[in-house]
Design a protein around this ligand. Structure first.
Ligand SMILES: Cc1cc2nc3c(=O)[nH]c(=O)nc-3n(C[C@H](O)[C@H](O)[C@H](O)COP(=O)(O)OP(=O)(O)OC[C@H]3O[C@@H](n4cnc5c(N)ncnc54)[C@H](O)[C@@H]3O)c2cc1C
Length: 425
């Protein structure tokens, strides 16, 4: 790979998500040469992907070019490259554009959808982990309504207007809330010759409650908000199969053209690491984020599983954990550069939240749990502040104000027809 050899140790960072970006911002590049690799040339703000999928925001409001973020940072190089393999003996990453030696390697490759080995679900369901997947979902939602207009087959029309979301975690709940807003505020105007009241939104959850990772208050309130929005919640319902038309569950079946998969994620690390992984394929690390069994190799963010007494299955896969670990590891390596010892990472839990569309959200902080309109304002403020720059914040804010005042969403376009495996029959 075309990176100059200089008289400084080289840190290679794989992944420009929340963890990798934060690491690169905080690392002292007068002490290290820093090379950031990502298969895309942009950073994705995943928490708002569902708004792209539901036509609320344009893609460029939630992605940001990596080169712009690090403009002017010295001894820093970005290369758009997919890391395919890591050779820990040679201390080398092997990528789509060549190989590169590292002195320290930071793996920040995040997570991917976990279909739990169900090949049909992987083939036909719509995951939402990346910008392209969110755009595909957006196209499919609108395509469904365009097709529903053209069929006289009532069963087929209902299938096109049925939406099934698997997983009642934050992502599933947020997608359902956004679809309910489309149903009440936008689609009746766009499709006056369709009876939009027949559109059904179902959330299927294998566990016994909505937002199972949040407090009992958040769980109860979110279920109430969802029901008030006309969303059907099916608890203790485990999806077993989907052929593109029928969702087969342990207790009943659902007819739909659109199965949104928000049910599980697992770590995605490049090949070549001969180390123990967790059940969710995350790399096990010690309390400095060093991958157990590998010198000079660290993992941060979703890909890292740091087991602690409080979190025996590692920290939650959250942007706040990823950012804190990225920042902390950079500070630790800055300490190493001046001959100091590393310190152990301690997660500062600032709370969790989820929104269920207009005026409704639930917020769990360590000292208070609340929801409703205040929760929704809090959710909006926090997400705006987390966006990478002022321009993105302004664009997102204007979009939100516009749709709040005019009950409208701006981006109901099929950018490209979604490529799904064709369903026979
Ligand atoms: C729909 C959705 C909603 C969410 N909502 C919230 C929320 O409200 N609040 C919250 O705290 N968290 C939320 N999360 C979780 C949060 O987004 C993740 O915890 C966070 O993105 C993890 O950051 P990361 O840096 O570990 O990984 P990521 O942000 O996933 O970044 C990984 C990066 O690695 C790159 N990459 C991967 N493999 C390779 C490779 N082989 N070669 C090169 N590059 C590679 C990817 O392109 C990507 O840029 C949400 C996630 C999703 C999907």
């Amino acid at each position: 790979m075309n990176i100059p050899d200089i008289d400084l140790p080289r840190i290679v960072v794989i992944g420009s998500g929340f963890a990798g970006l934060r690491f690169c911002k905080k690392i002292d590049s007068s002490k290290y040469q820093v090379v950031l690799l990502d298969k895309n040339n942009y950073h994705t703000f995943q928490p708002l992907l569902y708004q792209v999928a539901s036509s609320g925001l344009e893609p460029d409001s939630i992605v940001y070019p990596i080169r712009k973020i690090f403009k002017g940072k010295k001894n820093f190089y970005f290369r758009m490259a997919e890391t395919q393999n890591i050779d820990t003996d040679l201390q080398e990453v092997q990528t789509s554009i060549g190989n590169l030696h590292f002195d320290h390697l930071i793996i920040a490759t995040g997570a991917t959808s976990n279909f739990f080995g169900m090949a049909n679900i992987e083939k036909y369901a719509m995951p939402m982990k990346s910008l392209t997947e969110a755009l595909d979902l957006r196209s499919l939602i609108i395509q469904n309504f365009e097709e529903a207009l053209n069929t006289n087959d009532l069963k087929e029309r209902e299938r096109l207007m049925n939406f099934v979301i698997v997983g009642a975690g934050a992502t599933g709940v947020e997608v359902a809330g956004a679809l309910a807003e489309l149903k009440t505020q936008v689609l009746p105007q766009d499709y006056p010759d369709l009876d939009i009241r027949r559109m059904q939104i179902h959330i299927l959850e294998a566990g016994p409650k909505v937002l199972g990772n949040m407090s009992a208050h958040a769980s109860r309130k979110s279920a109430e908000y969802l029901k008030n929005r006309g969303i059907n919640i099916w608890l203790n319902t485990m999806v077993k199969d989907f052929d593109g038309k029928t969702v087969v569950c342990n207790n009943q079946n659902f007819e739909t053209n659109t199965l949104v998969w928000a049910a599980g994620i697992s770590g995605q690390s490049p090949k070549g690491l001969n180390v123990e992984k967790s059940r969710a394929s995350r790399l096990i690390t010690d309390d400095t984020n060093q991958v157990k069994g590998l010198d000079h190799v660290f993992a941060i963010g979703d890909i890292a599983q740091m087991n602690t007494d409080e979190n025996p299955n590692g920290h939650a896969m959250l942007a706040s954990v990823a950012e804190q670990q990225g920042s902390f590891l950079a500070k630790n390596l800055n300490r190493v550069a001046i001959g100091k010892e590393m310190k152990p990472f301690v997660y500062n839990d600032k709370g969790t939240m989820a929104t269920i569309g207009r005026n409704k959200a639930v917020v769990d902080l360590s000292f208070i749990k609340f929801g409703g309109f205040i929760g929704w304002l809090t959710w909006m403020f926090v997400h705006l502040m987390l966006l990478v720059d002022f321009r993105s914040r302004l664009v997102v804010f204007i979009n939100w104000v516009w749709s709040y005042i005019f009950y409208d969403k701006g981006t109901r376009i099929i950018m490209r027809k979604v490529n799904r495996p064709k369903v026979e029959g």
